[in-house]
Design a protein around this ligand. Structure first.
Ligand SMILES: [Zn+2]
Ligand SMILES: [Zn+2]
Length: 243
């Protein structure tokens, strides 16, 4: 199983990550990746990059040293209504890639199973969101059987996040259950590192081990071939549009 793009990477702009965009690109190149997405945290996290940071994204080329660079953001799910903290860029820039994630520090909603189910169903309806970020968190269990098919219907990619296997305690079994249900309902996934340091870029070993263990079909992994990844970008994102 080969992953050709790492679409969840942080830079020093996230203020708890330690590499620059160029260091990330160089590592992506060294790892032979076709693309990366820069997805720094949105404003509800501590010491976040400001709106100013995102609205100037047009200065970043879409391709750097042969690596495609998606200019994205990791938005916070704020509450059970599924509100996100996306910046208002007033038309100055349109994100190529938007991840919606729940982070304890930013989420003010109810954590009950029913409310988390409702929250993710609301996010599924948001046309701006591409990726459902690290949703295997044990404190935010939701009805995978009910919600995951809806993610598929709405064109959302379910993320299998390599960092969840290392730093988010208790996520492993949930990530596996999520992947099994994605396989059952043929819902596409995306495999990411969630790198906070450049040496994590392109490292997906734990996620791949789990996916191989459950014989997850490669054709459902959007970032397992250039062709599949491009087809998703063309259909669901503005990456190939001129801005
Ligand atoms: Zn996150
Ligand atoms: Zn992240």
């Amino acid at each position: 199983m080969k992953i050709i793009a790492d679409t969840h990477c942080h830079t020093i702009a996230s203020s708890h990550a330690y590499s620059t965009l160029m260091e990330n690109v160089h590592e992506a190149k060294a790892q032979g990746l076709y693309a990366i997405a820069i997805t720094d945290h949105a404003r509800t996290m501590p010491s976040p990059p400001g709106t100013w940071y995102f609205e100037n994204f047009n200065v970043i080329p879409k391709s750097i040293e042969g690596v495609n660079v998606l200019r994205g953001i990791e938005a916070n799910v704020l509450n059970s209504e599924g509100n996100l903290d996306l910046p208002d860029l007033k038309g100055k820039f349109k994100f190529d890639w938007i991840i919606a994630s729940i982070h304890d520090i930013a989420f003010k909603g109810n954590k009950s199973f029913d409310e988390c189910t409702k929250t993710w169903l609301k996010i599924a309806e948001n046309p701006l969101v591409h990726v459902i970020g690290h949703s295997g968190l044990p404190d935010y269990l939701y009805d995978y059987e009910k919600v995951i098919p809806v993610f598929g219907e709405k064109g959302k990619l379910v993320e299998i996040n390599n960092s969840s296997f290392k730093i988010r305690k208790g996520s492993h079994e949930n990530c596996k259950k999520i992947a099994i249900i994605c396989k059952k309902y043929k819902v596409p996934i995306v495999v990411n590192s969630d790198a906070h340091f450049c040496m994590q870029i392109g490292r997906f070993e734990k996620a791949i081990d789990m996916l191989e263990e459950i014989e997850f079909p490669e054709e459902l992994i959007v970032n397992s071939s250039n062709e599949r990844f491009n087809a998703y970008l063309k259909k669901h994102t503005c990456f190939f549009q001129d801005m």
